[in-house]
Write a protein that binds this ligand. Structure first.
Ligand code: PLP
Length: 512
């Protein structure tokens, strides 16, 4: 094999990797959980309310899962209510208690770094007469218990404070906060979603009244959450209908999801045993990032934060560009929380710890998981190092919806089709395109115009991306790749495809 070809194949290797570093957004369902869910879907599919054997078996599945969740958080099974997600759990407590106390008592004390499922609900409750005060946090997101205590008055019925923050990983001293609440006769709700499976949880030991959990953050399925309500704490039904969940949350139970949640909780001990390995990987990542960017600001507490979460600001590096560079190399991280990634406003958590709008837009969150390896971290560091040093070669992505007649017939564009023969037989190519062999890209380089915008296309958008990067590395300045490929364009722009596909296609001959 020629040296030039070897060089191109080396380039190919860069695109094979997938590194998932967004475990605070969600996790992949574990094999054990999947098996349990399959068993329920296949065999134990009865309605837990039915009296015949299949129903009784389903009720047993429910009881087992409830016990498993209770064990994982040191609670009694009678204190666990299954919900559709943690957002529902947070909504249920905040609304239910506001209805219960208002107008006798009107005030909730919370923090500015809560998840949107709390912040937005509090905003809504304010429109219904509830007063909300937010206790400030320090630069690492820690609530100061004394300050919190100073905000409690005779009108206060609830403290709402998350246990672990999803964006920066700060862990609050929730037992101290529960102690303060008890002294003042106030209830406590804690969003424990990010904590379960990462740090030990002890509902009875801490003495908090309500807590929310979500299965998909600990290798369980999406669409199932839990709500802990301490025995004797006030609570009202939040979904009316049948008698399910002790009459609190009506509706036929999502049995396979609940069984999956139980199975995930059964693994909590195993997850906790891996936490220190994850923390060591995170420390290595932090050390190397400090070498890459000594002015980088780390917002996550070191030893006493979540073992897996790192929030870091790279001065003068837009997080959107860095995310795109990482994404193009198969690495998933997030900017701020996943819930706000659709929203361009800087995250309230980053603002609350004192970041400017600009710094917030230069901040990324990396969240490691059980499957993260030292190799993943090395690879991620390499991509970040290249990007921060300005060595990332950016390839523009064109969406099928954008590929209109103006681009197709632009004199300044050169369309390069790298699909293999068999795909060309099934689908005609773009008009005015130039066909060449993907596996011998280097033999066509001298034929390609350096003064034009080269649009590389393939069947689905994967090979074209690789070839586009290769061209960038060879000094071609303006290179784009068609996301979704010719197939995506045909699906999206059927009319243009019918009208123009296959017209004026040139087959390029390799240069020896
Ligand atoms: N609370 C925190 C801290 C979270 O991180 C999330 C999810 O990102 C939620 C609540 C909402 O969980 P769910 O997706 O189950 O509604």
């Amino acid at each position: 094999m020629e040296i030039r070809q070897l060089e191109f194949l080396k380039h190919l290797r860069l695109f094979k990797r997938h590194v998932y570093l967004d475990h605070n957004a969600t996790t992949r369902v574990s094999g054990r959980v999947r098996r349990k869910m399959n068993q329920v879907l296949k065999h134990d599919y009865g309605n837990p309310s039915a009296l015949y054997e299949l129903g009784r078996r389903a009720a047993e599945v429910m009881a087992e899962a409830r016990q498993q969740v209770a064990d994982a958080i040191h609670a009694d099974p009678g204190e666990i209510y299954f919900t559709g997600c943690a957002t529902e759990s947070n909504n249920a407590v905040l609304r239910s208690l506001s209805g219960y106390f208002y107008p006798g008592k009107k005030k909730i004390v919370s923090t500015p770094i809560e998840h949107p499922s709390v912040l937005r609900t509090l905003e809504f409750l304010q429109t219904r007469g509830i007063a909300v005060e937010y206790c400030p946090v320090d630069r690492q997101g820690r609530v100061l218990p004394d300050e919190l205590e100073g905000m409690i008055d005779g009108d206060t019925f609830l403290i709402c404070c998350m246990l672990a923050n999803n964006e920066i990983g700060t862990i609050q001293d929730i037992a101290a906060i529960a102690g303060i609440a008890k002294r003042h006769g106030v209830l406590v709700l804690s969003d424990c979603v990010q904590a379960l499976g990462k740090i030990p949880i002890d509902m009875h030991g801490w003495g908090i009244d309500y807590a929310s959990f979500s299965a998909h953050k600990l290798y369980g399925p999406k669409g199932v959450g839990a709500l802990y309500v301490r025995q004797g704490s006030p609570f009202a039904p939040f979904m009316h209908g049948g008698h399910q969940e002790n009459g609190m949350r009506a509706g036929t139970e999502s049995l396979h999801n609940i069984a999956g949640f139980g199975a995930a909780c059964r693994d909590v001990g195993r997850l906790l045993a891996r936490a220190e390995r994850i923390r060591a990987l995170k420390s290595r990542l932090v050390r190397r990032l400090r070498e890459i960017e000594p002015d980088g600001a780390i917002h996550s507490p070191d030893a006493d934060g979540l073992p897996n979460t790192l929030s870091i600001t790279f001065p003068n590096v837009s997080n959107a560009g860095l995310l795109a560079a990482l994404d193009q190399r198969g690495i998933a991280v997030s900017a701020g929380s996943a819930c706000s990634s659709q929203d361009d406003r800087p995250s309230p958590t980053l603002k609350a710890i004192g970041l400017s709008d600009r710094a917030a837009r230069e901040t990324i969150r990396v969240s490691l998981g059980c499957g993260t390896s030292a190799r993943d971290i090395r690879y991620t560091l390499k991509v970040i190092r290249d990007h921060v040093a300005g060595r990332t070669l950016l390839v523009n992505m064109i969406l099928p919806a954008q590929l209109d007649e103006a681009i197709l017939f632009d004199q300044g564009s050169y369309i390069l089709d790298v699909r293999p023969q068999f795909q060309r037989r099934n689908f005609a190519g773009l008009p005015n395109s130039h066909e060449m062999s993907f596996v011998a890209v280097e033999k066509y380089l001298r034929l390609l115009p350096r003064d034009k915008h080269i649009l590389v296309v393939c069947h689905r958008g994967y090979l074209s991306q690789i070839a586009a990067y290769y061209l960038r590395s060879k000094g071609f300045e303006r290179v784009s790749s068609l996301r979704g490929g010719v197939a995506g364009w045909k699906a999206r722009q059927g009319d243009l495809y019918q009208k123009y596909a296959g017209q004026n296609v040139t087959v390029l001959e390799p240069v020896k």
